[in-house]
Design a binder for this molecule. Structure first.
Ligand code: NDP
Ligand code: GDR
Length: 358
């Protein structure tokens, strides 16, 4: 019985995403057995988590296990949960790209909203609703165009889960503001910038194309944020928490800082879609605006107030905005150096030239 009570078994959906990979590392270090759900793909999709297996090539060994599944398939969720009986479930799976959600709205709702419902139902179907703690990756996007700045847990439109109230489940929403890292998906703005600036620095590219430079985000480091996810589930009672850095910066500032990292000063000229960012010393255009990267509706400003998380479990971010940009730049310069020496560079340059980025 005592053994049963001390079980530490986590199930992570979205395990091969940015946050899933950092959270897996964090929980393995805490002694958990970690199970992750991945989707079958036509090419390798586990590069962020391969190192967590004792035998990375065979994907086995140790306390880390992967299961094929999908948030659109209830029966697989029931089977996996019934088999592993997790003590904590972290739901990180999502179609997480905001621009893509406008194009694939029905699919996004199916995975992000109904998928969450399926997972909660699977926990109940397996009779684990009173023992398994549930973490939901919620988002600062929910605040939308609010007038209140900074946004905290009391800011209107934050979600309320009927599962927490009706079934007495330990279910928390982590209302996380943007968090980035060298493992961030390549189509999010920060990673798009650091990859491209690294390539410009190495002479592999000339210019970076972006959309709205003036939107402001509260950016933190993913490594810090996954610790907050775990801390939420270790509290006496389930509550929702804002996790944020408490600073806001524009996309423009991010660009300037990334270029500064490689010794280039950017000056801006022109207006609207005609605006360009030029290298101060040479006048060479390094940033252009392309209207295809603008969204049908934009969240102009996000700034979070994480004082509740600080007060309740002493969480605050360790990595500053400058350190975040530096970490991402350093990593992408190394990555691009490796790629430019390998056969893959041809493919990557073609991929970028074709404008597959969003
Ligand atoms: P990523 O986009 O890096 O990861 C998303 C994960 O979800 C991937 O593992 C992806 O798998 C998986 N996934 C997508 N669709 C499905 C599906 N139908 N079934 C199973 N798995 C699926 O996101 P992050 O790691 O950055 O974010 C984690 C969560 O936190 C997401 O829910 C995101 O919306 C949310 N969030 C993120 C913020 C951020 O700034 N990073 C801020 C606030 C919230 P695959 O590789 O196969 O596509
Ligand atoms: P966001 O992140 O929409 O905040 O969603 P993203 O990095 O995509 O955009 C941030 C801001 O940058 C502007 N932008 C561009 N964005 C992209 N992707 N590409 C561009 O070329 C570009 N140019 C300017 C955007 O308009 C936007 O204002 C992220 C995701 O992780 C969500 O899942 C999560 O819910 C929120 O953060 C909180």
């Amino acid at each position: 019985m005592a053994l049963e009570q001390n079980r530490k078994v986590a199930l992570i959906t979205g395990v091969n995403g940015q946050d899933g990979s950092y959270l897996s590392e964090f929980l393995l270090n805490k002694g958990y057995e970690v199970h992750g759900i991945i989707r079958r793909a036509s090419s390798f999709n586990t590069s962020r988590i391969d190192h967590l297996h004792v035998d990375p090539y065979a994907h086995k060994g140790g306390r880390f296990h992967l299961h094929y599944g999908d948030m659109t398939d209830s029966s697989c969720l029931v089977k996996i949960i019934g088999r592993i009986k997790p003590t904590e479930v972290y739901n990180l799976a999502a179609q997480s790209h905001v621009k893509v959600s406008f194009d694939l709205s029905e699919y996004t709702a199916e995975v992000d909203a109904v998928g969450t419902l399926r997972l909660l139902d699977a926990i109940r179907t397996c009779g684990l609703e009173n023992t398994t703690k549930f973490y939901q990756a919620s988002t600062s996007e929910l605040y939308g165009k609010v007038a209140e700045v900074p946004q905290n847990e009391k800011t209107p439109f934050y979600p309320r889960s009927p599962y927490g109230e009706a079934y007495n489940m330990f279910a928390c929403n982590g209302i996380l503001f943007n968090h980035e890292s060298p493992r961030r998906g390549e189509t999010f703005v920060t990673r798009k910038i650091t990859r491209e600036v690294a390539k410009i620095h190495l002479g592999l590219s000339q210019c970076l194309e972006l959309g709205n430079l003036d939107s402001k985000r509260d950016w933190g480091h993913a490594k810090d944020y996954v610790e907050a996810m775990w801390l939420m589930l270790q509290q006496e009672s389930p509550e929702d928490y804002v996790i944020a850095s408490g600073e806001t910066h524009s996309v423009r500032e991010f660009v300037e800082l990334a270029f500064r990292h490689v010794g280039k000063e950017i000056v801006w000229e022109g207006k609207g879609t005609e605006e360009v960012g030029k290298e101060k010393d040479t006048g060479v255009v390094r940033v252009r605006i392309n209207s295809k990267y603008f969204r049908p509706t934009e969240v102009d400003l996000l700034l979070g107030d994480a004082s509740k998380a600080k007060a309740k479990f002493n969480w605050s971010p360790k990595v500053t905005f400058h350190e975040l940009v530096k970490d991402m730049m350093k990593s992408d310069i190394e990555l691009m150096q490796k790629k430019s020496h390998g056969v893959k560079s041809w493919f990557y340059n073609l991929h970028d030239t074709l404008g597959i980025y969003i």
